[in-house]
Design a binder for this molecule. Sequence first.
Ligand code: 3HC
Length: 287
Amino acid sequence: MDAEIESLAVLGAGSMGHGIAEVAAIAGYDVVLRDIEEDLVEDGYEQIEWSLEKLAEKNQIDQDPDDVLARISTMVDLEAAVADADLVIEAAPEDLEIKRNIFADVDAASGEETIMATNTSSLRVGDIAEATDRPEYVCGMHFFNPPVKMDLVEVAAGEQTAAAVIDAGVEFVESLDKTPIRVRKDVPQFVVNNVLTPFMGEAGFMYDEGDVEIQDVDAAMVFQRGYPMGPFELNDFGGLDIFYHSREQWDDPIPESISSRVDAEDLGRKTGKGFYDYDDGEGVNYE
Ligand code: 3HC
């Protein structure tokens, strides 16, 4: 098995996909960013442009943003996107059928030794790998939002993933100047989300019971625990719909304060309102 990674395709240009492509391009890889429609790929590319400008403004990057952008090409054609890739990272919506269809297509269109990684946050690697004829080449590679700022990446094995594929994934993550951890058993939600979603859930249940105020819980976790964001603020940041679907998939209990906001499409920052009000209110405020 030749598991050296030199070329890369990222499938899905949403908040995770474009961020992963950006991180890889910063590290010097030539990256193909692909989504199912031209508009979606363009949106993702514009997000990368915005992010690189921000990083440059703050001297958080030591390269010209244009040099990084020159390493990213965009595409809609999946077959062309993966044809020459040593590693394909799928960052499509969190839906098993969608991911399985993508993996079947990637398997058919990519080289025999292409590593196929999923950025799933809540599904089992093995359930996705079953859609391919090469489950030993399938692994989880779970980045966090926003990938360009988050250090950790979970590299996860399905039951049939080859050890060399995990080793290559770990080495690739290190080459991005990020910190990998190995998730050795095929547990849905890997390590971080298994701890993080109950944390956000418990905060929601306490709020539903009328025991606490939102900003007090967030302040407690930020000022006592030293977390960068409290649970409500983090849920708004990632999107309440993402939390909701990850719990729903495994019949995990969901606080009413979250399901009612999802029903009302108050999904957090991306819709202007969630637990905090970003458009009409003052956003996150611990007072
Ligand atoms: N690229 C460049 N700049 C960005 C950016 C991006 N992608 N995203 C945000 N920024 C900018 C902001 O616009 C802001 O700019 P401004 O100061 O001009 O307004 C600036 O970054 C803030 O950056 P700082 O370094 O000054 O501030 P922080 O240290 O507070 O960092 C943060 C911001 C990194 C988002 C931090 O608040 C944080 O770590 N939050 C927690 C995020 C987290 O836990 N993510 C994981 C969620 S779980 C997950 O992703 C799992 C998945 O499966 C669902």
